[in-house]
Write a protein that binds this ligand. Structure first.
Ligand SMILES: Nc1ncnc2c1ncn2[C@@H]1O[C@H](COP(=O)(O)OP(=O)(O)OP(=O)(O)O)[C@@H](O)[C@H]1O
Ligand SMILES: [Mg+2]
Length: 364
């Protein structure tokens, strides 16, 4: 049975790596050749809007899913006319636009920060007048790893932020002086069977995820996050894995954004949970029984950004799992990750710090 995947980055690669033991085949479609997934699975190369390529992907796949949530809606609709696609298009469309995402959180009574759509410099001034400073100006579409964002701390920042981002649909939102950040990953089958992974605590640097630690023991926060994720999934009749990122401030959750796909903060589940997020996404979209989501210990996942460190010295460390996505180095680019799993949270934090030091990143 073949699973078709739109986008052939590292998420697609890890989906394929999880699916081969289950006897699955994969077929990717991506704009570029030589992608992380194309290094291990057959891939079609060309535009996401090329009807012939979309037809071929649909014809050869029992079900189609995404490694990238920003595939144009028209392409997703084209696929849906020919074969099964998961997650549902409505969820993907919502996640493609930060304004729609925030509106969904509001409609489902999931707490989120104050925000306003901005389409002009006058609109930005109006948004700041009502929401205040500091705030963050973000592109509504196509942002990732903190790209397409500007933090505004004083009125002097307004012009600079507008010059950098103006001319496209924007969102201005309140800056949240959070205590820390978490994410929760849920998985849902067509009939509504739902499971969630333990809470992740995430550390971002310059808008990019650097470190995830899980399980993060905060039972009340985890229970609330789980309710929020389940509500979003039930709302869409969702199929597959979905993640919500939250800020935590004074013990309260504030939803930042959602990702209708497997998520960087869930990479630790490959070695650190009974069933990985990648395998469970496949099980869900194939309507197979979900695997258990329990953690097997205390894991830390560290992203390798910009350039690969000396891998031999990392592999010399006991219990380090290395994932190299096979990408060309570029400043800030996600090239791979490391996971360690320990028997206590304290031991995990010590290991995380030792690894961060070894790759030349600031420690916890
Ligand atoms: N309103 C905010 N207040 C405080 N910090 C923020 C705010 N918005 C974003 N950040 C910081 O920037 C990080 C990246 O922001 P966001 O999640 O919106 O971006 P993104 O580009 O979609 O990132 P990714 O796709 O990698 O998750 C957040 O995890 C947080 O650390
Ligand atoms: Mg984010």
């Amino acid at each position: 049975m073949t699973v078709g995947i739109l986008g052939a980055g590292q998420l697609g690669r890890m989906l394929a790596l999880a699916g081969y033991p289950l006897g699955l085949d994969f077929l990717f479609l991506d704009k570029e050749a030589g992608t992380p997934a194309a290094q291990l699975a057959p891939s079609l190369v060309g535009s996401f809007t090329d009807p012939a390529l979309l037809d071929e992907l649909a014809r050869r796949s029992s079900v189609v899913t995404v490694d990238w949530e920003n595939v144009p809606l028209a392409a997703l609709q084209h696929i849906e006319a020919h074969t099964r696609i998961a997650p549902p298009l409505a969820a993907l469309a919502t996640a493609q636009d930060r304004l729609h995402e925030k509106a969904l959180f509001k409609a489902l009574r999931i707490p989120t920060n104050a925000h306003a759509a901005v389409d002009s410099l006058a609109g930005l001034h109006a948004a700041i007048a009502s929401i205040g400073l500091p705030g963050v100006l973000k592109t509504r579409r196509l942002g990732y790893d903190g790209k397409g964002q500007a933090v505004l701390r004083s009125p002097a920042d307004i012009e600079t932020a507008w010059d950098a981002l103006g001319g496209q649909p924007l969102l201005y939102e309140q800056f949240v002086p959070f205590d820390y950040e978490v994410s929760l990953i849920g998985v849902r089958r067509p009939g509504g069977q739902f499971a969630s992974y333990p809470l992740n605590r995430n550390l971002h640097r310059n808008g990019v995820l650097q470190l995830t630690r899980a399980p993060w023991k905060a039972p009340l926060i985890e229970a609330a996050a789980r309710r929020h994720v389940k509500r979003v999934m039930d709302h869409f009749g969702y199929v597959g894995v979905l993640t919500i990122e939250f800020f935590v401030r004074r013990g309260q959750l504030i939803a930042n954004e959602m990702a209708p796909r497997v998520h960087n903060s869930g990479h630790w589940t490959i070695e650190g949970a009974v069933t990985s997020q990648f395998e469970n996404h496949l099980r869900a979209i194939l309507d197979w029984p979900l695997g258990q989501t329990q953690a097997k210990g205390h894991s830390a996942m560290i992203n390798l950004l910009g350039q690969m460190p000396d891998t031999a010295s990392l592999l010399a460390q006991p219990g380090v799992f290395l994932h190299d996505y096979g990408k060309q180095p570029r400043p800030g680019r996600k090239l791979g990750h490391l996971t360690v799993t320990e028997s206590t949270a304290r031991q995990r934090d010590l290991r995380a710090n030792a690894l961060l030091r070894r790759i030349g990143s600031p420690t916890l």
